[in-house]
Ligand binder design. Structure first.
Ligand code: 5GP
Length: 169
């Protein structure tokens, strides 16, 4: 496993993202939605650096690869909070083709939030599909490699690695 991003570079970038998000939200109440499972460590680190009033919700998705370039995303755990008129910040681990982000965007936009923003730790733009909403906050743009660690899995394992590594498949 080759290191792609060190623990100290992650810490530094999470601090910068938090500062950017703090400037964006000011003193508004925010619902932070952590997308399970991959974003659990990133969300835990990020929210401890946010200085506005917030609540944390968790949403879990599964995607099924039906055929080449047709992925079906389903919600396996939805949020309980009513989002009507709320400011929402979605925290996601990685955006690859963009199918998941696009699905989350339409699923949550239908709940009538006042605002809907996305913070993504890793952006893998190589296979991005058209019409994917752009994340408002991005940690690192990375090459088209399968990565694990810092919450991201390889076959459900390696989420506990503190840095981000390239998993040779
Ligand atoms: P997309 O829908 O953008 O193609 O894929 C997003 C989802 O695929 C992510 O939320 C993540 O669960 C998974 N994924 C995509 N690339 C990687 C990767 O390099 N490592 C891991 N662990 N998951 C990935």
């Amino acid at each position: 496993m080759t290191e792609l991003i060190s623990k100290s570079d992650i810490d530094k970038r999470v601090g910068e993202l938090a500062a950017e998000i703090n400037r964006t939200f000011g003193r508004e109440d925010v619902v932070v939605i952590c997308i399970l499972k991959g974003a659990f460590i990133f969300t835990a680190d990020l929210v401890r650096r946010l200085d506005f009033p917030l609540i944390v919700e968790f949403m879990e998705l599964s995607s099924y690869h039906l055929a080449v370039s047709t992925d079906k995303v389903v919600v396996t755990k939805d949020i309980a909070t009513d989002l009507t008129g709320k400011n929402v910040l979605v925290v996601e681990d990685i955006v690859d083709t963009g199918s998941t982000l696009r699905f989350i965007h339409s699923h949550l936009a239908a709940k009538n939030p006042a605002s809907l923003r996305f913070c993504v730790l890793l952006d893998k733009p190589a296979k991005r599909k058209k019409h994917t909403p752009l994340p408002d906050f991005t940690g690192f743009v990375i090459p088209d490699e399968f990565v694990a660690g810092y919450g991201l899995d390889y076959d459900q394992k390696h989420r506990n690695i503190p840095n981000i590594v390239i998993k040779e498949t």
